[in-house]
Design a protein around this ligand. Sequence first.
Ligand code: URA
Length: 221
Amino acid sequence: MPSDYVPPPQVVVLPTTNELKALLAIIRCRETNRGDFIFYSDRIIRLLVEEALNHLPFVPKIVKTPTGSDYHGLAFKQKICGVSIMRAGEAMEQGLRDCCRSVRIGKILIQRDEETALPKLFYSKLPPDISERYCLLLDPMLATGGSAIKAIEVLLETGVPQERIIFVNLLCAPEGIAKVLAAYPKLKIVTAEIDDGLDEHKYIIPGLGDFGCRYFGTDAP
Ligand code: URA
């Protein structure tokens, strides 16, 4: 992250623990093999999902313990769902399932339109009652923000308000954060780390390369 950069209040960055720094060093390292990349990315995704769940609304809940005493706890107030931005976002689905049993997960495919060079929606399949749910939008890399903005537009069209969308990603570029929050200021972003910026190919720097290719074992474009 640039030394003078102050993240906007809508951005929640995971606490910089030694454990997280070690996990990030493994997935960022270009020598890391695919098996380790998947394993350690999955560990970070799990931490991100747990953090994102902590930003949902809760209501008080009192339960009786086996000793006959009351325990004053909390319960989730509203239903949730996941929506992955294909293809890299699909890598985050299992982390969400590991935390939320039987969670509904929609998918959105956005690609660059060959003619306009703008992000274009190619496919979406979302839970029918998505407008009643909080939505964890999954994409590991927030780079330019182009795909994210298009995906959020799709969610808004289905009736999900901005303030019920939590965008979960591993790494962000400040440019992407600025662009997404300028368009949707009520959104929340949960990320593991904010990087320095983008290179001329729109890769995040220092970044980790192409997340989808490293996770799914395909060649970088
Ligand atoms: N997507 C990636 O996989 N990596 C980047 O650096 C930017 C977007």
